[in-house]
Design a protein around this ligand. Structure first.
Ligand SMILES: [Zn+2]
Length: 113
């Protein structure tokens, strides 16, 4: 088990846990451990083809020609895509591509600018 977090009020390192609540023996502050490590671990990290971490609002370029399902269109390699939105799905980038409109891309086929 990892060390308990320091007290958010006085930064004391002597935090202990009692009945699911963290307690600081120095200033008597009590707080809930919710929102600590487990939530962070559950947060999905999106990476582009080069391993850069992607965030909402990033600009990326497409690294290969992507054929669009159900149409004759092809998003050319090098196409710049602004203001991406990351979603938890197989195609994990929602975006709008000039000339094509709204679409979903896979993060493995883009590179952060
Ligand atoms: Zn304290």
């Amino acid at each position: 088990m990892s060390a308990l977090p320091p007290c958010p009020q006085c930064n004391s390192a002597f935090t202990y846990e009692d009945a699911g609540v963290y307690i600081c023996p120095e200033c008597a502050h009590e707080w809930s451990p919710q929102g600590a490590a487990p939530a962070e671990a559950a947060e999905k990290v999106y990476r582009d083809s080069a391993g850069n971490v992607l965030r909402d609002g990033d600009t990326v370029t497409v690294i290969k020609d992507l054929k669009l399902k159900g149409s004759a269109g092809v998003v050319k390699m090098g196409t710049k895509v602004k203001n991406i939105r990351l979603v938890d799905s197989d195609h994990d980038i929602d975006c709008k591509v000039d000339g094509f409109g709204a679409m979903s891309l896979k993060s493995e086929f883009v590179k952060k600018v």
